[in-house]
Design a protein around this ligand. Structure first.
Ligand SMILES: [Zn+2]
Length: 390
């Protein structure tokens, strides 16, 4: 039997309001609570958890940003540009093209073109140039993956390139090794399921039961091989049911300005992000102020959310949709999704969750960044043990 083992289970989009109606899931742990998320999508939240820091520190936020300065413009291979538009804009073709564009730019992180315009892609950069789950993967600062690599603490970390079933099997094997000290699962499939069905779909109970079984399989293996197992089930954000759609494109078109030429703009699923010189900027503001259910974010609000970026690389003017409003169409797609996230972090549906048997974590951790700090603290405690023995 060997020592303490820390098991972290990161279930993407498993929000507090997703699990609240299901004690058959939440009684997995002695205690649970909602955690405040970070403003933005998973591209902002996951690095916040990996690093234990906020977007303004690690510089990961929305995928597409304005090129220039530190942000390299995306290059599009000539043969991709030469493809006829009706062909290259088809969904499956686009996901092949995404791989080619990622390769042409040396991007090893998660990359999708979505519906970004290929002919104007050179005016934009991507916020995930490297695999954020690898050492040295963050734009600024370090993650717990770096800390693990330096510490020599015996560990297992999920690989998002592999199937989720493979990862669960791998975690259970690692948990059964008495030498294992830190195990970290990252499971993304619930996020996709909730986008398609949302949290009020009757199937959610079965989905959560499936996760509980897998988690308990790992915990049983860990307990059989260790003196003590501390576990943490958590997420990066929740899921809000989509109740209406808003199309911002007609208002933008009515300005007579050419998007990506006269001004730059990325329409995400819940945000419109703009870069423009005056007088275009004022004209765009006027146009969008007539669109219902979107609000221009105050820079002071963004600063409080720790999402203020001095070079405005993620947008000079950022408009946010009300919770439940899906911007459609957007540069992210045309799908009429049942659930979405990326709304005001103060809305209950945005909340992430923590389920744990660690009283101290239950008391101290209030947001998802706190979970990242917890992982680093666990690694540091095991590293100190290794040094103590040396
Ligand atoms: Zn999602």
């Amino acid at each position: 039997m060997g020592g303490v083992c820390h098991c972290f289970f990161f279930l993407d989009a498993c929000g507090a309001e997703v699990v609240r109606p299901f004690p058959a899931f939440t009684d997995l742990a002695p205690d649970w609570k909602p955690l405040r998320s970070v403003f933005g999508y998973s591209s902002a939240c996951v690095p916040s958890i990996l690093s234990g820091s906020y977007p303004e520190d690690h510089l990961h936020w929305s995928f597409f940003q304005r090129a220039g300065g530190e942000v390299a413009p995306l290059r599009v291979p000539w043969w991709v540009r030469a493809l006829p538009a009706p062909l290259r804009d088809r969904g499956r073709v686009r996901s092949h093209l995404s791989r080619s564009v990622a390769r042409a730019n040396g991007i090893t992180g998660y990359f999708q073109l979505y519906l970004m315009p290929l002919e104007h892609l050179g005016r934009y950069g991507h916020c995930e140039p490297r695999d954020i789950f690898s050492a040295g993967g963050l734009n600024r600062g370090t993650s717990f993956v770096d800390a693990l690599a330096q510490s020599g603490v015996p560990s297992w970390v999920a690989d998002w390139h592999r199937s989720e079933a493979d990862n669960w099997a791998g975690m259970e094997r690692a948990a059964g090794d008495p030498g294992s000290r830190v195990l970290f699962m990252y499971a993304a499939s619930l996020d996709g399921w909730l986008h398609d069905h949302t949290r009020t779909h009757p199937g959610i109970e079965g989905e959560l039961a499936g996760y509980r079984r897998r988690i308990e399989g790992v915990l049983d293996a860990a307990r059989a091989a260790h003196d003590e197992v501390r576990f943490y089930v958590f997420s990066d954000h929740g899921m809000c049911t989509v109740t209406s759609h808003v199309d911002v494109m007609p208002a933008l078109a009515a300005t007579g300005l050419r998007m990506h030429v006269d001004y730059q703009c990325v329409v995400d699923s819940t945000m419109v992000r703009l870069w423009a010189e005056e007088p275009h900027r004022a004209r765009l503001r006027d146009a969008l102020s007539s669109v219902p259910a979107i609000t221009l974010l105050d820079p002071a609000w963004l600063a409080r959310e720790r999402c203020a970026f001095p070079d405005d690389r993620f947008g000079q003017d950022i408009w946010l949709a009300d919770p439940g409003v899906l911007l459609l169409p957007s540069h992210m797609g045309n799908a009429r999704l049942a659930g979405m996230h990326g709304y005001d972090p103060a809305h209950p549906d945005t909340n992430a969750v923590l389920l744990t048997n660690d009283d101290e974590a239950m008391r101290d951790v209030v947001d998802i960044v706190g979970v990242g700090k917890l992982v680093r603290r666990a690694i540091a405690s095991h590293a100190a043990g290794l040094n103590g023995r040396a």
